[in-house]
Design a protein around this ligand. Structure first.
Ligand code: SD4
Length: 292
């Protein structure tokens, strides 16, 4: 059947390049997800994931991440975790737990510490400058979450036909302390079933959660929709649903692959970039728009 990996935003490229090699050499989808997402987390200039992520309104970097195994459907997740280097690895470790597999805040930090994960101050000088500028800008207007936020989400299929998915994010810049978005929530920020396919979302978590969009994309693929049709239909329908309930629809974008390695992506914003690599396609950055 072949291997495949897809990730949200251009920032996924270097990680996907590395994981494409791993998958083509017979590596597992789980290792591909963790390897690629760790690269994004470690890169200091990506402002919305891992080290260098922008802080909450108290100036603290609180991170959310999740990992899902498409064979066992095991899920691990952390939310609002501070001062640990690779939240995706902690989430993956948690997916091995039968109970307590989604931990938040101090509980997540304690677990990470006990399991030997590396502590690290995730707030960079650059992020502090962004924070101070934002504080100045909003001094008279009151703080509101900045909308230039991105999450890295990925889905991978390996040569053994196993699939995995993961997400990692610092969430919304200037969010409230303790705010958790869609990214660590199964069905909203990610979902994967090796017998069908997987999907992951990025955008305004508060709205993505209203449609459990990643599960919806997988459900549509199960019903026979091709990945591109499933992605289009899910984004279009959730956007319209929100508007029809007299709400503004926030940013919503998804990427997905099925268990044959076919992929899809859809968005309700002007420009959403994503990265795909398959046995037949070298790692490539695509841009999709609301009209596609
Ligand atoms: C969140 N969905 O925390 C994340 C942020 C994001 O593009 O993906 N922004 O709501």
């Amino acid at each position: 059947m072949g291997w495949a990996i897809i990730g949200t935003w251009r920032m996924a490229l270097e990680g996907i390049e590395k994981s494409a090699k791993l998958l083509s050499n017979g590596g597992s989808s789980g290792d591909a997800i963790e390897t690629a997402i760790k690269m994004v987390e470690d890169f200091p200039y990506y402002k919305s994931v891992g080290y260098g992520g922008l802080p909450n309104e108290n100036g603290e970097v609180e991170l959310d991440a999740a990992y899902m195994d498409g064979d066992s459907l095991s899920i691990g997740a952390v939310a609002a975790i501070k001062d640990f280097k690779n939240p995706i690895s902690i989430a993956r470790k948690l997916s091995e737990e039968r109970f307590n597999s989604f931990l938040v805040g101090y509980g997540a930090e304690e677990y990470a510490h006990k399991n030997g994960f590396e502590r690290m101050n995730m707030l960079t000088e650059r992020a502090i400058i962004h924070y101070k500028n934002r504080l100045k800008e909003t001094v008279n207007k009151g703080l509101s979450p900045y909308d230039g936020h991105d999450t890295v989400g990925m889905v991978a299929l390996d040569l053994a036909n196993s699939m995995a998915s993961g997400t990692s994010t610092s969430g919304l810049f200037m969010k409230k302390r303790g705010r958790v978005g869609d990214s660590p929530l199964s069905g909203s920020g990610f979902y994967v079933d090796s017998k069908i396919g997987g999907a992951t979302a990025t955008g305004l978590g508060e709205d993505i959660m209203k449609g459990c969009i990643s599960y919806e994309v997988v459900r549509l693929m199960k019903d026979g929709y091709a990945p591109q049709e499933a992605a289009d239909k899910a984004v279009f329908e959730l956007t319209n649903l929100l508007i029809s309930r007299r709400q503004k629809a926030g940013d919503i974008s998804v990427v997905c692959i099925n268990n044959k390695g076919e992929f899809g992506a859809a968005t309700n914003i002007k420009e959403f970039s994503f990265v795909v690599a398959t046995e037949k396609l070298p790692p490539t950055v695509y841009t999709c728009t609301v009209e596609n």
